[in-house]
Design a protein around this ligand. Sequence first.
Ligand code: 4AD
Ligand code: MG
Length: 466
Amino acid sequence: MNYFERKKIKEILAEQKSEKDVIVLGWVRTKRVSKNVAFIEINDGSTLKNLQIVVDLDKNSEFDLSKVTTGSSIRVKGDLIDSPAQGQSVELSPISIDVIGEASEDFPLQKKRHSVEFLREIGHLRPRTNLFGVINRFRNKMAYAVHSFFQERGFQYIHTPIITTNDAEGAGACFQVTTLDLQKLPIKDGIIDYSTDFFGTSANLSVSGQLEAEILALSLGDVYTFGPTFRAENSNTTRHLSEFWMIEPEMAFAELPEDIKVAESFIKYLFNYALNNASEEMEFFNKFLDNTRISTLESIVKSSFEVVTYTKAVEILQNSNHKFDYSVSWGMDLQSEHERYLTENYFKKPIVVVDYPKDIKAFYMKQNDDGKTVAAMDVLVPQIGEIIGGSQREDRYDLLKETMRAKHIPFEGDNSLWWYLELRKNGSVPHSGFGLGFARVLMYMSGVNNVRDIIPFPRTPKNARF
Ligand code: 4AD
Ligand code: MG
């Protein structure tokens, strides 16, 4: 069978012109026979829209369409002609139709609506639905936009390790990486002897590329990572994945205000990109998931982000007369209900909360002069809550060492963070960065309300299928 010289449906529908001897490859979405005409809708994944194949069964009695069923894959050769039907400019009048792969009778994606819960059970087929096709194409476009943003600004794309020996956030939520035989662990003096393990020490999947990104920022200037990160926290929510993609820029010679500025322009760039370059996807989301998505993104692109200190945010919450499950006091971490109140009820837009208490933030954040807070910034949005977490980094050797000691972050020994501390000894400079959760920002932009649906293969507690 000749697969060459096929034309993708996206291109066909964009060109809207008649053409002879076109080859189309794809999967049958539906087949309908009315009188002596068969209508076959084919989709090849290049676009949301299907191409209609119209078969005149009187004139083409040689066609065997019995195996051309929903879910089968076919190769069609034919002529593109002007379509008399509404909603499409061209249709395909076939010369030959060959079945490449048949579909079984119980192929689950028949023409009816399926719940997203059901579709999660068939992760191997769900990308063939309209919704998941759109989501995957949207991810692709937005990943491209992430790179465009940074490349246009002279940031260099760096690769930080996936296997590391540190817990960058110091939160202890790491997946261990080992080749030790779990049935026969080598025990020495009552504890596991990792010297016989693959790396000669205990290792884990990275929770963040930040610490290594700092090394490269302090040599290349402005850098960014865009890679998978792993968290073993047992958070079974609609916003937490155990494996998620994070974008982490790190900038030398930058303090918190610049960090905020870059975060704001980054988010606006992504929204603007989607409005201009992913209109098929945005219109789909707006129509089927949330009819405020397009107008919301449009208005955010034009607005400026509100920056509010943690202390002020706490005051707003305390003065709100709103009944929260967790009552608010200075020093506590903001719960999702608090973040939602601030973004949805009070400010009614994305906000940047800065200067959090040092006790609830990671060891690497720069201490403010008040001695109580750090130069942290979280970007919060309605519905989702935190989409960005970032900070200016502590660049003063003594202060960093003191905090690492206080927070029990090891900095002595070969596999400790000695090098992180030492970076502050030689050519230390003010530097800042942040992490944007790719899944979170896509959820916000699309209106997809469960993180399990925004990534093709979600990993969550008790689930690593497909
Ligand atoms: O706030 P986090 O933990 O910050 C860091 O990892 C820093 N090292 C980033 C930096 O400064 N370079 O995570 C950053 C973002 C969060 O705001 C959120 O959007 C996303 O990553 N995120 C998750 N997304 C999905 N599932 C999870 N379990 C996530 N945890 C964090
Ligand atoms: Mg955070």
